[in-house]
Structures are given as C-alpha cells and as structure tokens.
Design a protein around this ligand. Structure first.
Ligand code: PEP
Length: 250
C-alpha cells in the first residue's frame, strides 16, 4: 500500500507574485517536519505564477499547473493556451487534468484522455480529477460516473498509468463544506482501487478532494485506502495548510 501521502494545493484563480512567500514558509515547515513524515506536497498554481517560483527555495514542495492545452504540439496558433512542454520548461512536475471547473467550461472526456498522453510525453504527472454531481450522488450514480471517467481517461493510456494520480472530488463537495460520510467514502475508495487493480493491473494513488480543511482533516485522514488530499480553498491560507498536515500526522 502507499505509505507516501499526497497533499496537493490547488490555488485556482488566486495568488499574486508576493503570495509565493506562503509556499516558501510551508517549505520551511516541511523541512523541519520531514524527518518524521513521508509526503508528496505539490502546489498547483495559476500559469501567471509558474515562472516566478524560485526553485532554489524549494526542495520538498513540487510545483504543478492547473491545466495544459489539448494540443499535441509544443508551440502554435492556440491563443490563450499553454502546452505541456511550456509548463514543464518552467520546472513543473505535475498538472491537474479534468477538474470539474474545467469540465464545466466544456473540457470533454476526449480532451482529458489526450491531455494525459501529452502530459506524460513531457514527463508531467497528471492529477486526474473525477467526481459526480449532487443529482448523480442522490440517484446512486456516483460510482458509474467515476468509473466511466476513469475508463475514458485511461483508454489507450495504459503505459502512462504510473504517471497518474486520481483525485476523487464529488462536485457538490467542492467549496461547499459538504462532505460525504466516512462509511460511504471508505467503500467508494475501495471500489475505485479494486476496479483499477482488477481492470488495469495497477495501483494508482487515489486522493480525496472537496472542502478539506484543518477542521475536518482529523476525520478525513481515516478514510480507508485514501492516499491523500487535493485542497482548494484551505490551501490559500498558510497556517490552514500547515495545520492540515500537522493534524494528519498527529
Ligand atoms: C478543488 O477545487 O479541487 C477543491 C478541492 O476545492 P475546495 O477544497 O475549496 O473544496
């Protein structure tokens, strides 16, 4: 089983150059904490900040983008887009792919499938977001929805599975403070893990995302088979993010 836990920050459309100091502060905290814990800490920043990070100031923390272009070419006539190669050149090791906020803006399963391939071909690990709407949850369609998102993302990408981390984010939980019950999450995570192991013969890390905070981490840390967390709002506050990690390892 994975002993190395993921704590992934998603700053979304937030952050000014001066706010990068928050990351250096968290790096300092982790450096002192690092002897006792084993974690992957990744900050997924807006494109505007990726080139401004001082990589000499971070060694524990890795940097990721929040998306990449759905294009196989590195440079070209795609106004407003940023390719996997461009992101990689800025020192990123990860990229979020398929966040519900982007799916909502028209990103398709096909785009997501291609982006996983483009990310992997440039040595970027993909943080693949999957999750259901509240209606689907109410109608007991969550697992079928997530299963179809995973199948579609993995199609023809089997060789890239070692480069993928899945974040299960119920859409109705993002930014709302609503979190599924632990018994539900325990069985849901087990089902996802079993599915991937059985159908794709791989152990892919699966994280939880949706309203994670320093207030609820003490109970969320007990979700069976959960390899870590994708954290939006609470990752913008330095002390909140530090407290999430501290409380996880208490
Ligand atoms: C997210 O957007 O990926 C997320 C998990 O957001 P929040 O933690 O704010 O719910």
């Amino acid at each position: 089983m994975y002993s190395k836990k993921y704590f992934i920050a998603n700053w979304k459309m937030n952050g000014e150059p001066k706010d990068l100091d928050r990351i250096y502060k968290i790096e300092k905290f982790l450096k002192n904490f690092k002897k006792k814990i084993n974690l992957n800490c990744i900050f997924c920043l807006p494109f505007t900040l990726l080139g401004l990070i001082n990589h000499k100031k971070i060694s524990v923390i890795k940097i990721g983008s929040q998306n990449i272009a759905a294009s196989s070419i590195d440079y070209g006539a795609f106004t407003g887009s940023v390719s996997a190669k461009m992101v990689r050149q800025l020192g990123c090791k990860y990229t979020i792919i398929g966040h519900s906020e982007n799916r909502n803006e028209g990103e398709t399963d096909k785009d997501i499938n291609k982006k996983i391939e483009f990310a992997s071909s440039k040595n970027l690990k993909a943080i693949l977001c999957v999750g259901e709407t509240f209606n689907e949850f109410k109608n007991k369609k969550s697992f079928n929805k997530v299963k179809s998102q995973i199948y579609s993302a993995f199609k023809d990408n089997k060789r890239h599975l070692g480069n993928i981390v899945i974040a299960y984010e119920p859409i109705w939980s993002i930014g709302t403070g609503l979190i599924p019950e632990k018994v539900y999450l325990d069985s849901f995570f087990k089902k996802i893990k079993d599915l991937i192991r059985k159908d794709f013969k791989k152990n892919v890390p699966v994280l939880y995302g949706g309203s994670v905070s320093s207030k609820n981490i003490s109970s969320l840390k007990n979700i069976d088979c959960c390899d870590g967390f994708l954290i939006g709002g609470a990752s913008l506050k330095t002390q909140n993010f530090i407290d999430i990690i501290k409380k996880y390892y208490i």
